[in-house]
Design a protein around this ligand. Structure first.
Ligand code: GLP
Length: 259
């Protein structure tokens, strides 16, 4: 079977700091998720991807390899690369920013900064970020919006040494993750996130415009760099009536290529 022609995808945005291979990876994931590329379909070849996006074969190969690493596609020697059957759903969860998540859902992301400070971390933050004694953090406290509607409150902590001039470069209303990539080349690649259910405090209720004690999701996330070092510790409170947590589960298969 010859590979499918690459269906319509949006062009890459050059100069926005997001590596090209990552942008291609996201577009291909979208194609798989929307089932434009279906299970067992052949993936476009590296040359086709390179030509379609106007990138080097090396960049195209890096994008395909990242999908392989996520288990979304697999290679058969001499035959090409195919969309995985079993792990497609399971591995969809990526370290996405609020901005990316909202854009992928077709909503306009927004935020209101309540405070951004350089400060001494609380013990919990120091522990999660494995900070040395005396190290400072930037603490960014925001209300997040989708199409102008309150979605949640996020309180992010970042080691100050990683982004020393964050106070002067961060534009209120912009994406934190985008700033980290563009200004400091910091890419958060993995995260551990816990979800609990809670009730809105008086302050949550005021900021999110819900009744006091309304149900909310309480998320705690530690995000890590490529080398495994923690770089972000975030506590978030999301409106229970506007948020849905989806866990995509799959049956673990040790090796798809060996099917
Ligand atoms: C998500 C994560 C947060 C992260 C935020 C960054 O909401 N749960 O941990 O801080 O995205 O979002 P943005 O780049 O839109 O500022």
């Amino acid at each position: 079977m010859s590979p499918l022609p690459l269906p319509h995808v949006s062009p890459l945005e050059r100069g926005n700091g997001i590596p090209l291979y990552l942008q291609i990876q996201r577009r291909l994931i979208e194609q798989i998720r929307s089932r434009t590329l279906k299970s067992s379909d052949p993936m476009p070849s590296v040359d086709e991807i390179a030509a379609r996006f106007g990138v080097s074969p090396m960049t195209a190969r890096q994008a395909v390899k990242s999908l392989c690493d996520m288990g979304l596609v697999y290679s058969r020697q001499g035959k090409g690369t195919f969309v995985s059957r079993t792990k497609v759903e399971k591995d969809f969860r990526q370290v996405l920013s609020f901005t990316d998540e909202m854009k992928m859902r077709g909503n306009a992301p927004g935020s209101r900064v309540l405070s951004l400070r350089r400060q001494t971390p609380a013990a919990e933050v120091r522990k999660a970020l494995e900070l040395r004694a005396g190290e400072k953090v930037f603490r960014l406290h925001r209300v997040r919006y989708a199409d102008g509607r309150e979605m949640g409150i996020e309180c992010s902590n970042l080691p100050a040494r990683l982004c020393p001039d964050l106070l002067s470069v961060f534009e209120p209303g912009s994406s934190l993750y985008q700033t980290l990539i563009e200004r400091y080349g910091i890419q958060l690649v993995t995260a551990t996130e816990t979800v609990e259910v809670g009730r809105a405090t008086a302050e949550d209720a005021r900021l999110l415009r819900i009744g006091r004690n309304s149900p909310v999701f309480l998320l705690t996330r530690t995000s890590f760099l490529e080398d495994g070092k923690p770089a972000e510790y975030v506590k978030s409170t999301y409106r229970g009536d506007r948020y849905k947590i989806i866990n995509r589960l799959g049956r673990f298969k040790p090796s798809i290529a060996a099917e």
